[in-house]
Structure formats: C-alpha cells, structure tokens
Design a protein around this ligand. Structure first.
Ligand code: HSE
Length: 348
C-alpha cells in the first residue's frame, strides 16, 4: 500500500479522491489516502476522519511517501512542498504558479533527497503533455510549442461566438463549472497561459523559464463580440494562443488572442478544451488535444503522476538555468486587420 496525503480538498483535490476511489488499475488501487489537509472539515465525507489542518502530522508520518499538492498559490503550497521533498517524500501537483516560481528549486531538492517532483496536471488539464515532452521528444530538437492552454478563456470565446454571450456571462458559467482560477483575472489577462507556456518551453528547451520572461502577454479582455463576428466572416475564430519558438540559439515566448485560420487544427478547439502543438525538427508537428480544465480531467493527470511515483517510473531531472540572452522578443509575427480596424496576430 502507498500512503498519500492530499493538501487542499477543493476542485482538483476532490477530483483526485474521486479518481482514486473508482480506480481499477493495479497501481492506483494500491494507493491509500491517509490524510486530507484542509482548513475546512468535511463531516459528511466518507474520509472525514482523515481530514486534518496539521501539516506537521503529515510530515512526521514516515508511512506517507507521496504528498499531492492541490492547494494552489505560492505561499503554503511552496512551503509544504519544500518540506515534504526535504523529508524525502515525493510531491505531485497541479499548481502551475508554484511550478513556475519554485520549480527549479523544488526539482533540485527532490533530486537531492531521492524524491520526485511531478506536475503533469499543471498544464493542459487532463492532456498528457509534460510526460511526452520529457520522454518522447528527447531525440529531436523542439522548434516550437504552441497551445490553447486556458480552458476558461476558450470556453468564453466559444460561447461569445456560438450563443452571443457577453464575456461576463460566459465567465460566470466557466466559474460555476470549476474551470476558472480563484481570481479569474489570471485567466482573462493571459497570465495562466503564460505560466503554462513557460513551463512547456522550459521542458522543451531544457532550461528553467519563468513566465516573467514571456515577452508579450495579452489576454482576451479587449476581444469583442464584433471582433468575433468579423473574424467569422473571414472564416476564422479568435483563440487565446500561447507560443514558444526557437530560432538558432534564441527563443521567444508570447501569449495573445489570435485569428485562427480554418486550416489550423486549433480552429476546431471549443469549450474548455485545450490543444498543444509541438513541432520537432525531425518529427514535424504533433498535436495533443483534450479537456484542459475541470475537476476530473485535472485529477486524472494528477493521478497519472501518483501512479508514476508509486510504480517507481516517475523521474525528476535538474535542468540548466536559462541564459540571460536566450529569450528575445518575437519577430516575424503575421498580423491581420479586421474590418473594424483592429489588428490580430494570425495563426495557421
Ligand atoms: N483556470 C485554468 C483554465 C484551470 O481555465 O485553464 C486549468 O489550469
């Protein structure tokens, strides 16, 4: 039996419980949720007796080998992850903010203590993209990673287009469905996508890259229903796209709403779905698609990491720090002007 502790029993933490309690795969059925850390109590929950607000109890319990951090934020989540890794416990997380800000340190501490730090669920919700990026492209030179990486904004753009909803109306539903961040500004302003593309680019280019190095971040706040209609007249949709491109020994990262051509696979990405396109110099383009947000899809990715740690196949390696001159501003961007005079980047 592998004992785990879930830190934070919200949308994702609750989903992890659901996935584990319905698991029939050998590895996950041998996982026992020994603790749930939360400031709230859940008196009617089947695991009510395992809920605690005392992290030290979890840390001191040598039978707990995996800590599942689904708290979010970079305060207690970082502190608890660091302490767990220092104690030799592996940490699995969906917390992109913590991975972005402290991933380099947490990976180093994990390796020093014979533990692993895995974060498949931090990008792309339920889509397996981090593990394939780490494992399946190692023989190739990755030239570009591009993605629709935020389910909330994709949901909003889809419903502004198909049902004529306002941004606020569509956001409210996305919040009710559990897609949006606690502070949806991170979704709308493109910060969530920026964190995710920085994480993917870091793995793709084998360096630690922070979202603070993303040279241009624009969200969807200024996308209007009129823009969406005019884009449609041109056979396009508007989507929030995050891109990381490498040219020679330089790379550029950006997040912005793009006009997506009907020839692109991204044209078909609707609702809270995400898509990630990875272009390798030998393999060409490979596309990953699936549910990018929500309780169970995200929990499925967390559980894949739990299973990796439990079976001993999860590995953490330490990457290089990013050289100061590696990241540059994006050039060669293609723009299209709508009939109302607004300019959008073009994605085909
Ligand atoms: N708020 C995020 C999104 C959640 O909408 O994509 C998943 O990371």
């Amino acid at each position: 039996m592998v004992n785990i502790a879930i830190l934070g029993f919200g949308t994702v933490g609750g989903g992890v419980y659901e996935v584990i309690s319905h698991a029939n795969k050998k590895t996950l059925s041998e996982v026992n949720i020994k603790y749930i850390l939360d400031l709230r109590t859940f008196p009617d929950h089947p695991l009510a007796d395992r809920v605690t607000s005392d992290f030290d109890k979890i840390l001191a319990d040598e039978t707990v080998s995996i800590v599942v951090e689904t708290m979010g934020g970079t305060g207690a989540a970082y502190k608890f992850s660091l302490a767990a890794l220092q104690a030799g416990k592996s940490v699995v997380t969906s917390n992109k903010a913590c991975v972005d800000k402290y991933g380099a340190e947490l990976e180093r501490v994990a390796v020093e203590n014979g533990a692993v730090y895995l974060y498949e669920a931090s990008v792309g919700g339920g889509i397996p993209v981090i593990a394939p990026l780490k494992d399946c492209f190692t023989g190739d030179d990755i030239l570009r990673v591009a993605g629709i990486l935020n389910g909330t904004t994709n949901y909003i753009l889809t419903h502004m287009q198909s049902e004529g909803k306002t941004l606020e109306e569509a956001l409210k539903i996305a919040q009710e469905l559990g897609y949006a961040e606690a502070d949806p500004h991170a979704d709308l302003a493109g910060l969530d996508s920026a964190r995710k593309i920085a994480i993917l680019a870091g793995i793709a280019f084998d360096k630690y890259i922070s979202y603070e190095s993303v040279s241009y971040i624009e969200g969807i706040e200024n996308v209007t229903s009129e823009d969406i209609r005019l884009a449609e007249e041109m056979g396009c949709v508007i989507r929030l796209i995050a891109k990381a491109e490498k040219k020679g020994d330089k790379a550029s990262l950006l997040v912005a709403p793009h006009l997506v051509a009907s020839t692109s696979l991204f044209h078909a990405i609707r609702e809270a779905f995400n898509a990630v396109s990875v272009t390798g110099s030998a393999v060409g383009e490979v596309v990953f698609y699936g549910q990018g947000a929500g309780s169970l899809p995200t929990a499925a990715a967390v559980c894949a990491d739990i299973a990796r740690v439990a079976s001993g196949t999860g590995v953490t390696t330490v990457r290089k720090e990013c050289e100061a001159d590696f990241l540059v501003e994006a050039t060669d961007e293609k723009f299209v002007t709508l009939k109302n005079g607004k300019k959008y980047r073009y994605f085909e």
